[in-house]
Ligand binder design. Structure first.
Ligand code: PLP
Length: 404
């Protein structure tokens, strides 16, 4: 894999900040976009812009065609059984809210229980808390170890006749842990409980095969997989989606509307009310092409190399602690330098041209678990290099005396 060729596809990387070459290590928050994705957005608004599905004219037909082709591309990308199981949303957050709200309407009642893990992003906690408040249900939480490994034995003990759904992430955005979701799904299914997987941090790092996994819902965002912001995916198993009521009412999701009674459209349109982000969906298509052109396995292998190298170099720095040391991780490294506040570290690194994220990363329960205010998080994508990691290490060595 020639990384310099890959880097050339990302115009944003070729710039200086504060006079220093940009080192972009905030990929878990959002990845940069290749020129092909940017060009697709530009092409859509320059030559294709129109509202889909309803138009009797050329542009509407073309846009609809490309929109529906993207649905089939996403279907193939995650190996869903049917394209009608792919629902376009604004992102992971909306996907999870859609499932929580609609699933709860049909399947969750007073006294029921929802299982999440202690390493979820707030987007996979708060929607379920809202549901629990509304329905008089209760949240149960899978704990994790100091290394950042979910306690699967504890999970087994959480199931009972009130359990209605398990919602866990595939990969933790703070710890980088790749969770044993196949095992979790199997365990949940043995109790007849469906599983939602938050795949926001996995989709650009691991091959996802929803049929092989057997998950009931899988949610992800376009912008964390080299695609545009404003588009995401909710995969749901047809049998469940058929039983679930619409999430939002509006255009496109109906079959017939009268003031007496409205009937709903078939899948997936039942869950796609209103005008979608058509240009962004087409951008997602270009992002999938980009990933496929390299191969997700190649991306994973290269990122693993980078992560191992960065981890070994970081651990040489005196007083530096890494949070999340599970054997199977993606390219996310959370750390603290001594007792320095993560924000101070992040600000100093920024002045040296290095973009990292600091804070709780929308995972406050993880911070509570370790008794820390936040971490500094460096997260890598396929366009990052060893040289950039060397720059990070040199920068930390330079700023550490100011912080400690
Ligand atoms: N879940 C995880 C694990 C995440 O890392 C994120 C974003 O950082 C989300 C959910 C929410 O994604 P979005 O903000 O794209 O909806």
């Amino acid at each position: 894999m020639d990384i310099s060729n890959i880097r050339q596809l990302f115009p944003i990387l070729d710039q200086k900040v504060y006079g220093k070459p940009l080192v972009y290590f905030d990929n878990a928050a959002t990845t940069q976009k290749p020129q092909s994705v940017i060009d697709t957005l530009c092409r859509y608004y320059t030559t294709l812009n129109s509202n889909i599905h309803r138009g009797a004219h050329y542009l509407a037909a073309q846009a609809t065609d490309e929109y529906e082709q993207t649905r089939r591309k996403v279907q193939a990308f995650i190996n869903a059984r049917h394209s009608r199981e792919i629902v376009f949303t604004r992102g992971t957050t909306e996907s999870i809210n859609l499932v929580a709200s609609s699933f709860a309407e049909q399947f969750i009642g007073n006294g029921d229980e929802v299982i999440v893990s202690a390493m979820e992003h707030h987007s996979n906690i708060v929607p379920w808390q809202l549901v629990c408040e509304r329905k008089g249900a209760r949240l149960r939480v899978i704990p994790f170890s100091d290394e950042g490994i979910l306690d699967i034995k504890a999970l087994e003990g959480l199931f009972n006749e009130h359990t209605r759904i398990v919602a866990v992430n595939h990969v933790s955005n703070t710890l980088g842990t790749v969770n044993p979701i196949a095992e979790i799904i199997e365990m949940a299914h043995s109790h007849n409980v469906p599983v939602l997987i938050d795949g926001a941090q996995a989709i650009s790092h691991r091959k996802v095969d929803v049929q092989k996994l057997g998950c009931d819902f899988y949610c992800f965002s376009g912008h964390k997989m080299y695609g545009p912001m404003g588009v995401g995916v909710m995969y749901g198993r047809e049998e469940l989606l058929e039983q679930m009521p619409p999430y939002q009412g509006g255009g496109e999701m109906i079959k017939d509307v009268t003031f007496e009674r409205t009937t709903y459209n078939e899948l997936p349109f039942k869950f796609e009310a209103g005008t979608p982000a058509v240009g962004d969906v087409l951008g997602l298509s270009a992002a999938i092409d980009f990933i496929n052109s390299i191969g997700i396995e190649n991306i994973a292998a290269y990122e693993e190399e980078l992560t191992e190298y960065a981890t070994s170099q970081l651990l040489k720095i005196e007083g530096l602690r890494i949070f999340g040391t599970a054997p199977e991780k993606t390219s996310v490294i959370s750390f603290l330098i001594g007792n320095a506040h993560p924000y101070d570290t992040g600000t100093l690194l920024d002045k040296l041209g290095i973009a990292v994220r600091t804070g709780h990363h929308c995972t406050q329960p993880i911070m509570d678990r370790y008794g820390i205010p936040g971490t500094v998080r460096a997260s890598f994508a396929v366009y990052n290099t060893r040289e950039e990691i060397d720059t990070l290490i040199a920068a930390i060595n330079r700023i550490a005396p100011m912080l400690l």
